[in-house]
Design a binder for this molecule. Structure first.
Ligand code: HEC
Ligand code: HEC
Ligand code: HEC
Ligand code: HEC
Ligand code: HEC
Ligand code: HEC
Ligand code: HEC
Length: 451
């Protein structure tokens, strides 16, 4: 069962939760309760993990699945899709750490997240985090205890998730086990925050990363067990970013036939094309299912091993929705598929899919520019607002009919302050408060997960 950051039973070896505040309460607890102290290293020592030959973008790992060739193999013949794809959030959604991929700041003053300031309250145990960049990598250090006698634990940022459009969460390896780091980066305000769903006042290095997380954020990694709750992986098989073959299926045969065809004109073009999947040729439902592999929210459980879904298949055979509210840490994750499917536009037109508006091979453009897609099916005159605003409503149907809404979900509570995420709703309809006569758009909060 895959859930983002579900609280997992802690393994005895990794019970390394430092709790400074009681569960649920924002109040400060005077006594430092060490739930467990194991794994905490004193001093700035760095837990070094043997570096493995993790692959860069699009290059298949050594034990990668057979038939997959990586993005690099498509460029020579599909330059247009390939070059623009390099700028997309899909491509950047997981990366190895580098000075450009890690968006948070390591500059003095900006390299800290202070939850409880030990200097300011010498009577209280403090908790802060320091993020640092060294020649051998990028690190997060938790510093806890009373001023003058602090303990530290440092882990390396081994993998970056999130393009940084909203934010980034960092992961670290301990042998073949993958864990989440306690501090994330939030693009709004360009600051460090508690990782989504982490309890304020704790230094938690123990949250395991399950295959479902990387199934949505990477092209591939081989889990070492079929248990969806495992966090053991064959590290060298990691292929970062979402690659062409996630949506088009394995490309080796397509490549071979096209190469042969151009040399010997042996294989007919049709055969070569049939060897690769083109979602445009799927039924509408299967097209939307491909996007639903990752865009139907995180309140779901897996029915099949991670990375077994193939484009063109029915997604409901691979995942089952969880009852609303079961996801323990709703956060940045929306449900565009579920919301679009409620829209009368979708229900009333057999051909509408995500591709009606999005070209996933190129960078997203300004929200208002998608109004052109509305005008393929609607005349501006049929909008009631046109009576008062006239033809200029053509410039932006989006903000009135697909407004950005605050979610009810708290992404993070950091040093007692709440951080919220906003989402662009995909339920196209009339929203109260967007009437041109009424006040500027105000919208009620939508529940967590965009439902
Ligand atoms: C040796 C050249 C070559 C390489 C390499 C290549 N393709 Fe193609 N591909 C073609 C040609 C030629 C077509 C046919 C274009 C047409 O029908 O107009 C095609 C068609 C396609 C189609 C449309 C198929 C259809 O049924 O309409 C997709 C999707 C595609 N390629 C994806 C890929 C991906 C993904 C890769 C990398 C894994 C890749 N191709 C690598 C030459 C290549
Ligand atoms: C394998 C998982 C996966 C699949 C399949 C997938 N997406 Fe995504 N998509 C993501 C993730 C993860 C992000 C967030 C990327 C980020 O900012 O880190 C994303 C972001 C996006 C965005 C926002 C891009 C931006 O610049 O902000 C759009 C639009 C989008 N996806 C559309 C689609 C459509 C349409 C499909 C189906 C054709 C699709 N996606 C299929 C995982 C996926
Ligand atoms: C069901 C697929 C899915 C799962 C599981 C999932 N994500 Fe996401 N994630 C997405 C999509 C899609 C987005 C883009 C926001 C949206 O469309 O809702 C996203 C957005 C993000 C972002 C913000 C990216 C940005 O810059 O905007 C981060 C960080 C992130 N996810 C981290 C994680 C981590 C860490 C896990 C696992 C512990 C995880 N996600 C699990 C699909 C998923
Ligand atoms: C997130 C999913 C996704 C990813 C990743 C993706 N594609 Fe596509 N691709 C699609 C969809 C959906 C279509 C069909 C678009 C439509 O409906 O017109 C498509 C269509 C195509 C076509 C056929 C274009 C045509 O005019 O018929 C080619 C070629 C192609 N993709 C190549 C690539 C290459 C090369 C990459 C990697 C650089 C890539 N795609 C990555 C989803 C994806
Ligand atoms: C593929 C065609 C198509 C596209 C694209 C499309 N719509 Fe629609 N839309 C429809 C249909 C069909 C209906 C239902 C009409 C009916 O039932 O009378 C509808 C209904 C609506 C409604 C009424 C919804 C309600 O719940 O009462 C609004 C508002 C609307 N569309 C706005 C938009 C906007 C804004 C866009 C662009 C963001 C858009 N539509 C894109 C086809 C489309
Ligand atoms: C009627 C047009 C339309 C359709 C259809 C549509 N989208 Fe969007 N989508 C938009 C607009 C407009 C935005 C806002 C773009 C921006 O802010 O730059 C958007 C943004 C997104 C984002 C980024 C969300 C965020 O809050 O940052 C994702 C992810 C996304 N779409 C996925 C999908 C998926 C998956 C589908 C199919 C289920 C889909 N979209 C269908 C118009 C559409
Ligand atoms: C300033 C906000 C605003 C803008 C801009 C706007 N709309 Fe509307 N739209 C509304 C409101 C409010 C209604 C309901 C009006 C009423 O009931 O008289 C509406 C009604 C509609 C309806 C009819 C829904 C129904 O079934 O009664 C459609 C279709 C529609 N809009 C499409 C569009 C399209 C397409 C655009 C862009 C060209 C657009 N709107 C721009 C606010 C807006």
């Amino acid at each position: 069962m895959e859930r983002l950051g579900g609280s997992q039973p802690q393994s005895p070896i990794l019970a390394d939760n430092l709790r400074l505040r009681p569960m649920g309460g924002k109040g400060f607890q005077r006594r430092l309760i060490l739930v467990a102290f194991m794994g905490l290293c004193a001093g700035p020592a760095v837990v070094s993990v043997p570096s493995s030959s993790v692959n860069g973008h699009g290059s298949p790992g050594t034990n990668a699945r057979s038939g997959y060739v990586g993005d690099g193999a498509c460029v020579s013949c599909h330059r247009e899709e390939s070059v623009s794809y390099l700028n997309t959030a899909h491509h950047f959604t997981s990366q190895l750490p580098s000075s450009t991929s890690v968006r948070g700041s390591f500059q003095p003053e900006h390299d800290r997240l202070t939850i409880i300031d030990a200097q300011a309250n010498p009577a209280e145990p403090g908790l802060s985090f320091r993020m640092s960049a060294h020649d051998d990598g990028y690190f997060e250090t938790a510093i806890t205890g009373f001023a003058g006698s602090t303990q530290e634990r440092t882990e390396r940022i081994d993998l970056v998730t999130g393009s940084g459009k909203r934010g980034q969460t960092y992961l670290y390896w301990q042998g073949d086990r993958l864990f989440e780091l306690p501090v994330s980066y939030w693009t709004d305000g360009q600051r460090w925050i508690n990782s989504p769903g982490y309890e304020d006042g704790t230094a938690d290095f123990s949250r395991p990363i399950h295959p479902g997380c990387l199934e949505c954020h990477a092209t591939y990694i081989q889990p070492l067990s079929s248990d969806p709750a495992t966090n053991r992986f064959a590290r060298e098989t990691l292929v970062t970013g979402i690659g062409c073959e996630t949506c088009h299926g394995p490309g080796a045969e397509h490549l071979r036939l096209h190469t042969e065809a151009s040399f010997a004109k042996a294989a007919p073009l049709q055969m070569a094309n049939e060897a690769i999947l083109n979602p445009a040729k799927f039924s509408r439902d299967r097209q939307v299912d491909l996007c639903a592999l990752c865009h139907n929210g995180i309140d779901r459980e897996s029915l099949a091993p991670a990375f077994s879904y193939r484009p063109g298949k029915t997604v409901s055979e691979y995942f089952r929705p969880l009852a609303v509210g079961l996801a323990e840490h709703p956060d940045v994750h929306g449900n565009q598929v579920g919301l679009l499917k409620r829209s009368r536009c979708y229900l009333g037109s057999a051909g509408m899919s995500c591709s009606t508006c999005h070209n996933v091979h190129a960078e997203e453009h300004l929200a208002a520019s998608y109004s052109k897609a509305c005008l393929n099916c609607h005349r501006w005159q049929s909008c009631g607002a046109s009576r008062t605003l006239g033809k200029k409503i053509e410039e932006n149907c989006i903000d009135c009919h697909m407004p950005v809404q605050p979610t009810a979900a708290i992404v993070s509570e950091t040093a007692g302050k709440e951080v919220h995420a906003t989402m662009r709703t995909h339920w196209i309809k009339v929203y109260p408060g967007t009437s041109p006569a009424g006040p500027a758009a105000t919208h009620g909060a939508i529940p967590a997960g965009g439902k």
